[in-house]
Design a protein around this ligand. Structure first.
Ligand SMILES: Nc1ncnc2c1ncn2[C@@H]1O[C@H](COP(=O)(O)OP(=O)(O)O)[C@@H](O)[C@H]1O
Ligand SMILES: [Mg+2]
Length: 396
């Protein structure tokens, strides 16, 4: 391949759309002089796939309508050699050659929902192109709070006691659910199973508050998690980089919320300087905790990363009881804000080097996948084989 086209994929239908734009801008800035052709793949909130140079400039995102008008629609496509391209849609004509560039690697800079839940990763798998970060399985299990906890429980990673239920369960058996909640013991935390950014997450102290929080959370998701609230709460996060076979943990961070539950506003709208993304949110790095607790959390982070079969860079978030120092897995972010670079620059890995390493891991995984036998030359539907199937007629 002559030019190394790095596709920076970001945006998408997610509450963290804007955070993703910021991460993508960091990638454009960091990779500018690195012998790559940087090609944006911006997915709008309504799901359109767009490319074009105006997408590289943050100031253009102030007017999204104008920005969209200046860009062109794209999709993945395979050429006759089987190489995947990012290709302009519908513009090829007599006088104009449509934009179509072979894909070297996709840098996934999405946060939340469809960009982080395995759906986009599945598209990359279908087109057999290298992409940064976790694969389909880790991405989708990591996005579902209920399934993520079940996977942890099965692998001796401590989680808070909880119950989960669907909207239909709530309608049919509200009393039973309320009794089970009572047995867990208040205060409890209500969460939509599949969201993020603290949307719909609420700490409740009594039954009437629980009912309110459940009704609100059902506006966001049909599946809810209700878990025991840890108090006094200390949150500690740790990033892990590599693959399930070979990975390492970063320093730990202690994010600081203005209230006990870190809200969307705390995370992104606290006036911390939008252009800096997650890095500027209030946090203590390295976390001001004992060396023993640091070691426990770092090894738990690595074990969890491996358990999910994660890849690239992930951030593991833990809830710690500040009195007992008991640690519980809270969530895995398979595409953490700003790729958690601020936890790695303490280990002398700057943002550019981190992205280079993510690309390296993506290429390794891609080559490993393509080095295995995945299909067979024998055509089971060849004429000779099909004659044997005739007997199946009418057996439906
Ligand atoms: N079991 C819990 N006990 C106490 N606080 C919690 C608990 N679970 C979540 N929180 C608080 O709510 C915040 C958001 O919950 P989290 O599970 O991280 O959801 P999100 O995916 O929206 O970030 C956490 O950062 C923490 O402050
Ligand atoms: Mg969280």
């Amino acid at each position: 391949m002559s030019n190394k086209n790095l596709i920076i994929a970001f945006g998408g239908s997610s509450p963290e759309h804007e955070v993703s734009v910021l991460t993508a801008m960091q990638v454009f800035a960091a990779m500018e002089d690195r012998n790559y052709e940087l090609i944006p793949l911006y997915i709008t909130k309504s799901g359109k796939w767009l490319s074009g140079d105006p997408l590289k400039d943050l100031s253009n995102y102030k007017d999204l309508k104008k920005l969209e008008a200046e860009c062109f629609p794209v999709s993945f496509s395979k050429d006759e050699m089987g190489t995947t391209h990012l290709t302009e849609q519908g513009k090829a004509g007599l006088f104009k050659k449509a934009f179509s560039e072979p894909v070297y690697t996709v840098v996934c800079a999405f946060h939340g929902s469809e960009g982080e839940n395995g759906a986009f990763q599945g598209a990359c798998e279908q087109f057999n192109i290298p992409y940064t970060g976790s694969g389909v399985l880790a991405s989708s299990v990591g996005m579902d709070k209920v399934k993520a906890k079940q996977l942890c429980e099965a692998n001796n990673i401590p989680v808070t006691s909880s119950l989960d239920f669907y909207e239909s369960d709530w309608e049919a058996h509200q009393d039973t659910i309320l009794k089970e909640a009572e047995m867990l013991g208040y205060p409890l935390v209500v969460k939509p199973a599949n969201l993020g950014s603290s949307i719909g997450v609420k700490k409740v102290d009594a039954e009437d508050e629980l009912i309110d929080a459940v009704e609100t959370a059902f506006r966001y998701d049909a599946h809810l998690l209700v878990e025991v609230a840890i108090q006094p709460l200390m949150e500690i996060n740790c990033s892990v980089l590599g693959t399930a076979e070979n990975c390492r943990a970063s320093v730990c961070e202690r994010p600081l919320g203005s209230t006990e539950t870190l809200s969307f506003e705390d995370k992104y709208q606290s006036g911390a300087g939008a252009d800096k993304g997650m890095a500027s949110a209030d946090r203590v790095i390295p976390a001001d905790i004992s060396p023993e607790l640091t070691d426990t959390i770092r090894s738990m982070a690595v074990h969890t990363f491996k358990t999910f079969d994660a890849s690239g860079v992930a951030r593991l978030d833990f809830l710690v009881n500040a009195d007992t120092e008991d640690v519980y897995f809270n969530e895995i972010n398979t595409i953490p804000g700003s790729f958690s670079f601020y936890l790695w620059d303490k280990s002398d890995l700057n943002f550019t080097q981190l992205v280079e390493e993510l690309i390296e891991i993506a290429l390794q995984r891609h080559h490993a996948k393509n080095g295995r036998i995945r299909s067979y030359d024998t055509n089971l539907l060849s004429e000779k084989a099909v004659t044997g199937i005739k007997g199946l007629k009418g057996t439906k």
